[in-house]
Design a protein around this ligand. Sequence first.
Ligand code: G
Ligand code: G
Ligand code: MN
Ligand code: NA
Length: 254
Amino acid sequence: RLLVSDLRKAIAEDELEVYYQPLIDLKTQHVIGSEALVRWMHKELGQVSPSVFIPIAEEYGLIDILGYWVLKTACIQNVRWKDKYDMPLIISVNVSYQQFQRNDFVDVVKEVLQETGLDPVRLHLEITESTALINLEHTRLILRRLQHLGVSISMDDFGTGYSSLSCVKDLSIDKLKIDRSFITNISTDVRDAAIVKTIIALSRNLNMKVLAEGVERKEQLDKLAEYECDEIQGYLFSPPLSSRKFEECFLAPG
Ligand code: G
Ligand code: G
Ligand code: MN
Ligand code: NA
């Protein structure tokens, strides 16, 4: 409960920071954008993981304001980078189920796009299967409205839910992000390799992009290249970085 009031303060007092993890085009090995990942440096506890405080924010009604702040901060940063480096990058932002269920969610996204001047085609929103399946009719409608704005939809942690195939059957998804649990042993486990190969083929056949999450080793990358995965993300290339570090490492010339 202490964390709840601390989190409330952290949101109000700017103790949160958005980190950016590069998304890499596998073929060219170029950075094509980043995923925004929120970080909290607690004054006494140090770094608190979002896997701890996001669920708290969801439980105590703080996720709307937190999610809005992340979305807006990430969009502003992306526009800044575009202006400074003439680099049109993708910005991929996680959306919690509660944000997604709000009936003004599309309006909020639209407003953030207008206020920040971000080109909607640069914004990707990540939702999980469980979020998508809470109310399939609602999801279908919301995705259509977001895509009408020009925004793309990525299915996060793909393959870990109970109805992964229903999601791709019933919804208009632009990108599958293959969960890292399938990637971990891809170079040694023939079953994992077969599953990943199949998800990549599925994406191809349904005109979706496909990204592999949690790529940490060269052997994994080689397999994914062999299977012609579009994009990768993971420690092999870079962990999530502060905006300053991201800029230094991937944008600043020289
Ligand atoms: O970055 P890290 O692996 O520590 O994140 C842990 C979990 O927190 C992941 O599931 C990630 O999707 C989630 N997460 C990180 N940032 C955000 C955010 O801004 N919004 C939401 N809803 N989840 C986030
Ligand atoms: O659930 P989601 O995919 O949004 O969560 C992304 C999380 O995965 C982030 O918290 C990020 O820190 C973490 N992550 C990113 N790359 C790697 C990686 O190569 N290995 C592992 N174990 N985690 C990673
Ligand atoms: Mn994600
Ligand atoms: Na994921």
